[in-house]
Design a protein around this ligand. Sequence first.
Ligand SMILES: Nc1ncnc2c1ncn2[C@@H]1O[C@H](COP(=O)(O)OP(=O)(O)OP(=O)(O)O)[C@@H](O)[C@H]1O
Length: 325
Amino acid sequence: MNQPVIEMQAVGKRYGKLTALDEVSLTLGEGEVLGLMGHNGAGKSTSMKLILGLIRPTSGELRVFGHDPGGSAANDLRLRLGYLPENVQFYEQLSGFEVLDYFARLKRIGIGIVEPLLERVGLGHAMHRRVKTYSKGMRQRLGLAQALIGEPRLMLLDEPTVGLDPMATRDFYGMVDELRDRGVSVILCSHVLPGVERHIDRAAILGQGRLLASGSIDELREAADLPLVIRLRIARTPESIAEALRGHGVLARLAGDGRIELTLPVRAKMAVLRELAADPEVVDLELEPPTLESLYAHFDGTLRDRVEAEPASAAVHDAQQGVSA
Ligand SMILES: Nc1ncnc2c1ncn2[C@@H]1O[C@H](COP(=O)(O)OP(=O)(O)OP(=O)(O)O)[C@@H](O)[C@H]1O
């Protein structure tokens, strides 16, 4: 396997007594898109700042393209990184062209890249308009163009689609897909974003600085073992359907749109589908595997369980220490 673009081994970051990141281990390969998810204060921005070399870990080992991002290779590394911060701000009086020209000069990249880059993010038509006239989606495109200066091999995108309408969000993910196709590695940092799962290879879920789960969506689905939902168009009562599928662990209820919603264990999927396919009264059915949102809620729930269990286990530990002392 090629050298990972990012290698985090038991990385910790403390601010005084506060543990912002607690022994987090993660890798990111070339051309991989990772969704870094977590609630407010989970440690997402801290992870980004560590990777960017803006802060140093308190413990553990972090390598970006094989180097310490806060070490002597930091300047070279930054040329290979692109960063789109949350709520990106620009000089409002400048045009999109002038903004990008300014950032290109900071990175010591020739002005010749500015126009093609603005075209690439769909701002060609507005490049000479002042930023203050740009919509949220246009500002976000400009932010992406800024992050793309110098053709970075690793992009860090912080909450990139917050506030974008569905079309602008779709366009934005289209650009992420394009980056992946070019072999660029991407970290999409977010609270959970609807629809993001199609555009990421793996998700990592942080909670209170700990890595609660990481893997492909399929791996997370398997680990979470959440029930599957099947929605049926059929002129029968939920009770009669549950009765017909007895033995498969199926729950049935009438959904708001008149469909019947079945909830069942994943292991019963094929057996239930075969029975439904053979039933002439089933007009239509939709399969709804657990979404990233429900997986996130599941793993975030495990954090709450752990935190609730911890005082008890700590008390047991203290008690045991007391006995042995
Ligand atoms: N410079 C700092 N000094 C002290 N504590 C900090 C500092 N930066 C972050 N923290 C704390 O570290 C924890 C993780 O913060 P971080 O910004 O990484 O969270 P986040 O997941 O990005 O949250 P959000 O979604 O709100 O941006 C929080 O408890 C935060 O208060």
